[in-house]
Write a protein that binds this ligand. Sequence first.
Ligand SMILES: C[S@@+](CC[C@H](N)C(=O)[O-])C[C@H]1O[C@@H](n2cnc3c(N)ncnc32)[C@H](O)[C@@H]1O
Length: 206
Amino acid sequence: MQPKDHWEKVYSTKATNAVSWFQPHADVSFDLINAIGIGCDASIIDVGGGASVLVDDLLDNGFTDLTVLDLSAAALAAAQRRLDSRASGVQWIEADITRANLPANRFDVWHDRAVFHFLTSAEDRAAYVRAVFNSVKPGGHVIVATFAEDGPAQCSGLPVMRYRADELHAEFGEAFSLLNHRKEAHHTPSGTVQQFVYCYCRRVSS
Ligand SMILES: C[S@@+](CC[C@H](N)C(=O)[O-])C[C@H]1O[C@@H](n2cnc3c(N)ncnc32)[C@H](O)[C@@H]1O
């Protein structure tokens, strides 16, 4: 099954609050974004945002330039239904991030929770990093969360890469400075615990 078919099936057959990655609030992501100290007009993209409530949390806190990108139309539709009239204030992009044609130097903040770890081929990871480098402004902020080295070997039934913070940063290279990292023990709706690592990097200015 192609990845898009997999994700369309997941979001068409499961409640958004029943999937293993569900969070009632994206607290760690929001805290890391909030700690940057950017203004509410900063442009933020949630890559592979799916039906995550991070966009709700950001809207609730006054952020106005929000983009959610995901491979799955069903995921984006679920988020739009939940946001109702507020959905029109968000830009929605249905795309594969390894092939997406994002505008250059568009975003102040790139956020990804649990997408990069699905990229098991070096070519796809390189394409992802090129997309970050192209579309994040020089000096912009990059927050990427994956399963940690002691996290599960699969997510949504698909194989994943697991990283320590230094290994995750190494995928991005010297064009990005690692400023902070932290781990999170994510409690899934079925009661298991998954270890995540979050890396906060900045795109080097010159
Ligand atoms: C484990 S879910 C995480 C969703 C969300 N970030 C969260 O934390 O709730 C992974 C998401 O990545 C999306 N995805 C997987 N591969 C992708 C790709 N190559 N490009 C864009 N989105 C992708 C899936 O459709 C799914 O919504």
